[in-house]
Design a protein around this ligand. Structure first.
Ligand code: SAH
Length: 220
């Protein structure tokens, strides 16, 4: 529990973060509500609590990082694609500290979040325990294989980027579902990719450049 440093002011600090997200173009009310609700400072190391609401990525241990609030909100908004109602089942690849999983739990009926590093899987469990999020399921495993038992998913979101989008993910996506993930752009960088699955096939949209940690196979 790292809630100390910010105490009762954290509501106001989060409200300011949400206003900044709006100024940056995030407009989905459900997403803004989720960003306001989840106490980001509970997910970062106590030494970083004062930076928890700044628009910056932060180290979460084992060489991994929690994405900037702006990136979390942007990806969540892409997943919700303007629907007024909650998503059905969502798969997140890369639980990390559990922050984005907590945000997604406000946007979906069920969230499955998979992490390949045992140390982070356990840290996420500890971070999330006091929040008692009943619709969030944390899994230890190789997310490159997806999680077939929860499929098909209304949405799939990855917080780590590989050479391309693993086939398992598009296979486990429901028709009408959407996947948002970083992928290599062929010149050493990454961009955000959106894949929509329709009755007639997959549509791929390439968006802005991003900078996520690498997607790796196997558990460790
Ligand atoms: N959403 C996270 C971001 C964590 S960074 C948060 O809010 O904190 C991305 C995470 O993806 C890292 O923890 C990394 O270990 C994990 N990851 C990388 N490849 C993976 C894979 N194949 N399966 C599951 N997790 C993976």
């Amino acid at each position: 529990m790292h809630a100390t440093g910010l105490g009762m002011d954290s509501q106001a600090v989060r409200a300011a973060m949400v206003r900044k997200l709006q100024a940056q173009g995030v407009s989905d009310p459900m997403v803004l509500g989720a960003m306001h609700a989840v106490e980001r400072h509970r997910f970062v190391d106590s030494a970083l609590v004062n930076q928890a609401y700044e628009d910056t990525s932060l180290p979460i241990g084992l060489g991994q990082t929690i994405s900037k609030p702006n990136v979390v909100a942007r990806m969540a908004e892409l997943l919700c694609q303007g629907r007024a109602e909650k998503l059905g089942r969502v798969l997140e690849i890369g639980t990390g500290c559990g922050y984005q999983a907590a945000v997604l739990s406000h946007l979906a009926r069920e969230v499955y979040s998979i992490e390949r590093l045992r140390g982070l899987h356990e840290r996420a469990r500890d971070n999330l325990r006091p929040l008692r999020v009943a619709n969030l399921h944390l899994l230890l495993g190789d997310g490159m294989l997806g999680f077939p038992r929860g499929a098909p998913y209304a949405a799939i979101i990855a917080a780590a980027g590989g050479e391309d989008i693993p086939l398992a993910w598009t296979e486990q996506l429901a028709v009408g579902g959407r996947l948002v993930a970083p992928a290599a752009n062929g010149s050493g960088g990454q961009h955000l990719v959106v894949i929509d699955k329709t009755a007639t096939g997959l549509t791929r949209t390439v968006l802005e450049a991003v900078n996520f940690v690498p997607l790796k196979s196997g558990i460790a």
